[in-house]
Design a binder for this molecule. Structure first.
Ligand code: FNR
Length: 380
């Protein structure tokens, strides 16, 4: 209604309401470097394209005459009531997109009650972002460092700063072959020093031969060697359980057997995700993995979903495929690049407004009634 009223007064939105146009606009305004970092996928980009195709292929089957005047978008996730089935995905080094970086995104999310999942590769220390979050829920994403001292230090700092949900990302034991980053020699990434959480971490600093300020190159190399660990196996999850009191969610699950292992290990949830197509080129689309994982563990774990969500209809489809809520990645990052906190707010509002209308026009007054029978799958 707000947009109708503004239109009557001759005011049009500052950013497009079609969120799929934000990438192009960001490239025009910020140039190819920052957008290469955000848009880039693994290898030939086929997984990122498959994510979109798998959502597009599924079509909603709207129902009529179901009284949808009073709608409530809220959902229960990990024992919390969220205003809508949405969280902002962890994205590292947001200083590449905007000088206000993570705190701006966190404030926008907090103002709408949407959880913001802070990346451990954030360009702002987690303590500062916690302050920006105010009273909102604080979720922290961990790239599980090789050095257990650093891992413990991160968990202790996150706990002390009031983060309650831990999202441990498993699909990035190594950074993958990402041509758009490689062609730029990771320059935007390095300029953004996506390592503030590390560079300010006492355990990380203690392991350096010289202080970060004296030898930043050595510090960056040390960061790269230890930000994650290809040697981890399922029993290692014990360390997380031991040092974290709240819910733990494993991000990057695609195989139903891995989802079962997560449940057996006492985890609370999984994010079905292929990292927005940035890790395994040739991997299956996240939306194709989702129903199999939901079938396997939907009664034991909270199943979340990301990779390819761009519209309110995509949120609806993810719920119908078995997700409890979705994480949004690139679109809010473009919103941040284009207009800081206001740009992120614009993206959240547009997505939720479109989701609300999709629900209503499909005959649903809330997420709870959305299910398998609301979708058909078109040809591959
Ligand atoms: C990411 N992602 C990510 N994930 C994570 O667990 N920690 C991180 O630091 C990052 N960093 C990151 C940077 C950039 C530029 C992108 C695009 C993505 C993955 C992210 O959380 C999420 O899984 C995907 O972005 C979801 O896909 P869409 O919505 O971007 O298609």
């Amino acid at each position: 209604y707000e947009i109708y009223l503004n239109g009557m007064n001759g005011t049009v939105p500052r950013l497009p309401t079609d969120l799929t146009r934000l990438e192009e606009l960001t490239e025009q305004r910020l140039g190819p470097g920052p957008v290469g970092y955000v848009a880039g996928g693994a290898g030939d980009g086929s997984t990122a394209r498959a994510n979109r195709a798998a959502l597009d292929r599924r079509r909603i089957v709207p129902r009529m005459l179901r009284d949808v005047r009073e709608r409530d978008l809220s959902v229960e996730v990990l024992g919390r009531t969220l205003p809508a089935p949405l969280a902002l995905a962890p994205v590292g080094v947001l200083s590449i997109m905007h000088p206000e970086a993570e705190p701006a995104a966190a404030r926008a999310a907090a103002a709408r009650g949407v959880p913001y999942i802070l990346s451990s590769a954030s360009s702002t220390p987690l303590e500062q972002v916690a302050e920006a979050m105010g009273d909102a829920e604080r979720w922290f994403q961990l790239y599980w460092p090789k050095d257990p001292e650093v891992a413990r230090s991160f968990l202790a700092r996150a706990k002390a700063s009031g983060y309650s949900v831990l999202v441990a990302t498993l699909d990035t034991p190594l950074l993958s072959w990402r041509p758009r980053d490689l062609d730029q020699a990771y320059l935007p990434f390095l300029r953004g020093v996506g390592t503030a959480n590390y560079f300010t971490d006492p355990a990380f600093r203690a392991a350096l031969a010289k202080p970060v300020e004296e030898d930043p190159n050595a510090a960056v190399l040390h960061f790269v060697s230890m930000f994650a660990d290809p040697g981890k196996t399922w029993p290692d999850l014990g360390l997380l359980r031991e040092h974290w009191d709240g819910p733990i969610v494993l991000k990057g699950i695609l195989h139903p057997d891995d989802a079962r292992l997560a449940a057996d290990a006492g985890m609370d949830g999984v994010v079905v995700s292929n990292h927005g197509g940035r890790q395994v080129a040739g991997a299956l689309a996240a939306a194709d993995a989702l129903p199999r994982v939901a079938e396997a563990v939907g009664d034991r774990l909270t199943v979340l979903f990301d990779s390819g969500v761009r519209t309110g209809a995509d949120v609806f489809k993810a719920l119908a495929l078995g997700a409890r809520a979705v994480l949004l990645g690139r679109p809010y990052v473009y919103g941040l690049g284009l207009d800081g906190q206001a740009g992120v707010d614009h993206v959240i509002r547009c997505l939720l407004a479109e989701f609300d209308l999709t629900l209503a026009l499909s005959g649903h007054a809330g997420p709870a009634t959305v299910g398998k029978s609301d979708l058909v799958a078109g040809p591959a």
